[in-house]
Design a protein around this ligand. Sequence first.
Ligand code: NAP
Length: 331
Amino acid sequence: MRAVGFRVNGGVEVLEELDLPEPVPTAGQVTVRVAFAGVNFAEVQHRRGEFGAPDGPGGVDVPGLEVAGTVAALGAGVSGLEVGEPVAAYLPDFGGYAEVVTADPRFVRSLRTGAGEADPAAAAGLSCVYPTAFGVLKDAGRLREGEDVLVHSAAGGVGSAAVQLARELGAGRVYGTVGSAEKIPYATGLGYDQVFPREDFAEHLADVTDGRGVDLVLDPVGGPVREQSLSVLAPFGRVVAYGDLGRHEQWTASVWDLWKGNRTIAGFNIGDLARRAPERIGDHLAEALRLLAAGRVRSGVTQTLPLAEAAKAHEFLETGTGRGKFLLSLG
Ligand SMILES: NC(=O)c1ccc[n+]([C@@H]2O[C@H](COP(=O)([O-])OP(=O)(O)OC[C@H]3O[C@@H](n4cnc5c(N)ncnc54)[C@H](OP(=O)(O)O)[C@@H]3O)[C@@H](O)[C@H]2O)c1
């Protein structure tokens, strides 16, 4: 089968087209014939070596955290899915940039929902991103109705999902930040009340909220942005850390400042959740597919590239020049 992967860590040039044996599911697994694979920043980190050197079969790693397609085969003991059924899958162990991928049924959900059938191209970019956005807003962020939210990296994959889910969850005002001013019109169109350049977001936010700040900040950037985000919290506000886009040094918050200022820092990590509370990811994915099928949320896909052009998609994410969600087509 066709796949794209890497034998050594490095820049986009290490991604290569591969011809690999098609996987066969063992007991408790399913395989998915991939129609579309979503592209995530974590796959850039995987390629760069931030999760370690390639250790897949034959020394090759295939990235890819989320796909949509059809069930290719069922391993022994798997129930609730049928061969040929249209599905979306979150892949904690990667592998999605391939024609067929092995998946854990706890993270595979049917595109046939109570609200109709979700479109596979839209669903492919959702299986990692939406459970993450749900987790950051609801589980770690404890968002309550009417609360105001700030989303850093507002125009990206998780950002595009977060603004829509924040609305679904009854948020009050939802603000965003982006790395360059050219992205502001696009990001605003995703449904934010206002979008600011990240470099001076704290001043803008203080202006528009009359100094009150927001109740929840979603922060995948880190470093000075994380530190400044604490300063824009209203009383009992939370900053949820869930990424390291800026590749900053580890920053340590002062507990003294937290308790003296009625502030909270929380963390979210989908990989840890997959190991320790897998049912939560399955539930969030099912809910996201239902909202998609019902037309309540949009996929945010801005570009679909052929599998062979995976490097181009990585470049968009890594250089910060991309908007929305990128897909790879396996057709
Ligand atoms: N913890 C978890 O479980 C979890 C799960 C999924 C994703 N994530 C994290 O969520 C973040 C977004 O992921 P995504 O896949 O949706 O990516 P994305 O937001 O679609 O794409 C990356 C965006 O990050 C920004 N960026 C790139 N390099 C940057 C840098 N050096 N400094 C600051 N910003 C930079 C750019 O947007 P700007 O215009 O805003 O700069 C770029 O468009 C990533 O940090 C990812 O690791 C975490």
